[in-house]
Design a protein around this ligand. Structure first.
Ligand SMILES: NC(=O)c1ccc[n+]([C@@H]2O[C@H](COP(=O)([O-])OP(=O)(O)OC[C@H]3O[C@@H](n4cnc5c(N)ncnc54)[C@H](O)[C@@H]3O)[C@@H](O)[C@H]2O)c1
Length: 330
């Protein structure tokens, strides 16, 4: 019989891509999403329960009805700037609601969870590439909310035997290779979709924050991972939990950095549109370089990204946006 997985936030960007892969691998992904940011139209590979994970009664109904073998927990708020202005909202949704979810898991005998953590838990790195043993000193409430959940998961493992894999994503990017789902955040704050919007004429320009970093072209460097590669790491984490019965924290990145300017040039080349690029001052709190050490994911999950080169990421994202918006620029 097919194994059911409860996917919180499955109507969102990374969640929907993961549901597609879960379905392809023979699992039944049950999405639970309040659709605050997610899209009903992105839930194509299993049932959707519309609701909030902070609702223990609804959670109990879902666990009773579907008996999931494990939870993949994407549901969270993820706007760093907003988390600084409204920390309560972030601690409530990212930490408080996770406690509600963990309570329902315990009541219903579900003891495996894969959690969406973030490289934001490291804060400003003092060595590169960033390994899992690097100190975690997040510099905003969003990053702190993710670190708190990691700590809660370790305590729940010790006390209650709840086993978890916390996946510390670097920058999720790209879209489904068949164009069935893609990145659709409102508001959008991520560089690649914003640059594509500039190429499509949906934005007047792209703004670059900081051109005097100690990097090859002076712009900030990040580690972009294709969302389909991220999806694979979730399935591999489920398999790990099923067989190894132990908790883990793991980076998901490529180990290679890509600068803001390299992204912009790639989009200009692909689109043949020379949209305006506005150079701005650095933003406070933006580290110059964030690149993951990747050995642990390879060693323990057998995970290696295969679509996370710059061209594949940007062309898949481009194809998805073209499909959605049509090509608006002459
Ligand atoms: N996108 C990235 O680059 C990135 C990087 C690091 C970590 N993450 C983490 O990965 C996860 C998924 O990110 P994403 O980019 O897919 O975000 P997303 O906003 O597209 O997806 C999150 C989904 O969770 C839902 N949700 C939020 N709170 C909920 C609640 N209380 N109950 C039910 N549903 C709720 C939203 O409606 C949305 O569909 C988040 O936890 C995020 O913090 C993302």
């Amino acid at each position: 019989m097919a194994t059911t997985i409860l996917v919180t936030g499955g109507a969102g960007y990374i969640g929907s891509h993961t549901c597609k892969l879960l379905h392809a691998e023979g699992y039944i992904p049950v999405t639970m999403d309040n659709l605050v940011y997610g899209h009903e139209s992105s839930v194509k590979w299993g049932p959707l329960v519309k609701g909030d994970i902070n609702d223990p009664i609804l959670l109990d109904k879902v666990f009773k009805r579907y008996s999931p073998a494990a939870v993949i927990h994407f549901a969270a708020f993820a706007y760093v700037g907003e988390s600084v202005a409204e920390p309560e909202k972030y601690y409530q949704n990212n930490v408080g609601a996770t406690l509600t979810l963990l309570g329902a898991m315990r009541r219903n005998g579900c003891s495996h969870i894969v959690f969406s953590s973030s490289c934001a838990t490291y804060g400003l790195p003092d060595s590169l590439p960033i390994s899992e043993t690097h100190a975690q000193n997040p510099i905003n409430p969003y990053g702190r909310s993710k670190l708190m959940v990691e700590q809660i998961l370790r305590d729940y493992d010790q006390a209650y035997g709840v086993k978890s894999v916390a996946l510390r994503y670097f920058n999720a990017a790209g879209a489904d290779m068949d164009g069935e789902v893609g990145e659709d955040h409102t508001p959008e704050t991520h560089l690649i979709p914003l640059t594509i919007y500039a190429a499509l004429g949906l934005q007047p320009h792209i703004r670059v924050f900081g051109t005097d970093y100690d990097t090859e072209d002076g712009t900030a460097v990040r580690d972009y991972v294709h969302v389909a590669d991220l999806a694979e790491a979730h399935v591999q984490s489920l398999k790990f939990l099923a067989h190894r019965q132990t908790g883990l924290e793991i980076n998901l990145g490529t180990g290679r950095g890509c600068s803001v300017m390299e992204i912009i040039k790639e989009v200009q080349q692909l689109s043949s549109v020379e949209f305006p690029v506005i150079l701005e001052q650095r933003r406070q709190g933006d580290p110059p370089i964030l690149v993951a050490a990747t050995g642990k994911a390879k060693q323990l999950l057998g995970w290696q990204p295969s679509r996370s080169d710059r061209h594949t990421i940007i062309s898949s994202a481009w194809n998805w946006h073209i499909r959605r918006h049509g090509r608006l620029v002459p």
